[in-house]
Design a protein around this ligand. Structure first.
Ligand SMILES: CC(C)(COP(=O)(O)OP(=O)(O)OC[C@H]1O[C@@H](n2cnc3c(N)ncnc32)[C@H](O)[C@@H]1OP(=O)(O)O)[C@@H](O)C(=O)NCCC(=O)NCCS
Length: 368
């Protein structure tokens, strides 16, 4: 494995690697030219080598002002031998390694006109691929990490379908059960004894936390997911419709890949935090939308801080002032109307419990 990032400056090395990964020709040319440019500037080359070595060792360096795009994009590439070696060690199929590596292309903005510029500002995101084994498996991407959300999930011993979620103790909630500060809200409590589980349950329809507590007989329930449990975090790349059949295929393939290539990993659920899971958003979507079908697969959970930043970025072009935005698409129009009517959007989390039956990743949730 090449750990010394100096290979980037070997004649034709960048092109050769990226061609083998099926990158588009303009992107290969851009990165190849960037490598030649940096190689020809002694100070820049030294800076690159220092930053790329830190990257390969696991940190996320900041490129010097004015050189972010070329240096950062090449730093990402400098980590690919490490990523590909890690995939090979796990015998991950080549098709998955190639798809995963090519995600870099989605984050490089290409010049649309002759005077336009290449842009890349997402080195941190590529850290998931290079350092944390993110895998693109079909339509979706997966990364095994602690679940991280402040909840305890139980299922009835009699049936995996009977799921009950309690919020952790000490969470500050608004009066209607969102995880945000408000003068008239409440603080959650949670008590577990050999006889009883008592806490604030989560509404499976919306993800809101109930102000009233509920109690379960401890002997009838198993805890199957908590903040520290390993979950497969799901990410949704842009570029293709999010059809239910593609997602079902992706979840099933992920289930098989992790079962076969990470047998030691005791992962408990798929989970996701996204603007796509926000039930408020669904009121703006046409009937039978892909987004709603996808969101419906997950048990929703209020997200700490639950703001609308992601929706603003993904739907409203990253605007800081939606009030003056002229809508260009039907979804933008519906979202702006909803905001003007005084409604709020919230990034929402959710999970799908891992089933114990091989070959049934979604536990019968998708019926073709
Ligand atoms: C996720 C994604 C693929 C869903 O697209 P989709 O499969 O077309 O979704 P739907 O079929 O449910 O779309 C319903 C409507 O909303 C529109 N729509 C969907 N996503 C949109 C977006 N990000 N911006 C504007 N409109 C959008 C669709 O064009 C469709 O409009 P129409 O009825 O006029 O044809 C798409 O939003 C996307 O590429 N997003 C970027 C990646 C992303 O957001 N990832 C999640 C990050 S956490």
């Amino acid at each position: 494995m090449k750990t010394d990032p100096g290979w980037i400056f070997e004649q034709g090395a960048v092109s050769k690697l990226l061609e083998s990964l099926g990158f588009d020709t303009p992107v290969i040319r851009f990165l190849d030219t960037a490598a030649s440019k940096i190689a020809g500037d002694v100070a820049l080359k030294r800076t690159f080598l220092e930053l790329a070595a830190a990257w390969v060792a696991g940190s996320i360096p900041d490129a010097p002002a004015g050189t972010e795009t070329e240096i950062s994009a090449l730093i990402a590439v400098a980590g690919y031998p490490k990523m590909l070696a890690a995939h090979r060690a796990r015998e991950i199929p080549d098709s998955i390694s190639v798809a995963t590596a090519r995600d870099l292309q989605r984050w490089i903005t290409r010049p649309e006109s002759a005077g336009g510029k290449w842009e890349f500002r997402h080195l941190r995101w590529l850290g998931s691929h290079v350092h944390h084994m993110l895998l693109e498996i079909g339509r979706l991407q997966f990364i095994a990490l602690p679940f991280g959300s402040p909840y305890r999930v139980f299922h009835a011993k009699s049936s995996l379908q009977k799921t009950m979620v309690f919020a952790e103790a000490g969470l500050e909630c608004s009066r209607d059960g969102w995880l945000e500060k408000s003068g008239d809200g409440f603080i959650t409590s949670y008590v577990s004894t050999p006889e009883e589980l008592r806490g604030h349950p989560v509404d499976p329809a919306s993800g809101q936390i109930s102000r009233a507590t509920a109690s379960l007989p401890a002997c009838d329930y198993d805890m199957c997911l908590s903040r520290e449990s390993i979950a497969l975090h799901v990410h949704i790349p842009s570029g293709q419709p999010l059809t239910l059949s593609d997602c079902a295929d992706s979840f099933q393939r992920a289930e098989n890949i992790y079962r076969r290539h990470f047998p030691e990993l005791d992962w408990r659920a798929f989970c996701c935090t996204s603007w796509l899971l926000d039930r408020e958003l669904w009121q703006c979507l046409p009937p039978h939308s892909n987004i709603q079908d996808f969101g419906n697969l997950f048990f929703p959970l209020a997200t700490p801080g639950n703001n609308s930043d992601q929706l603003m970025e993904r739907v409203l072009e990253g605007t800081t002032n939606w009030r003056t935005l002229a809508p260009k698409t039907s979804l933008q129009k519906a979202v702006l109307k909803h905001l003007h009517e005084g409604h709020r959007f919230r990034t929402t989390s959710g999970f799908i419990l891992r089933t114990t039956e091989p070959g049934s990743a979604l536990n019968g949730r998708v019926h073709d």
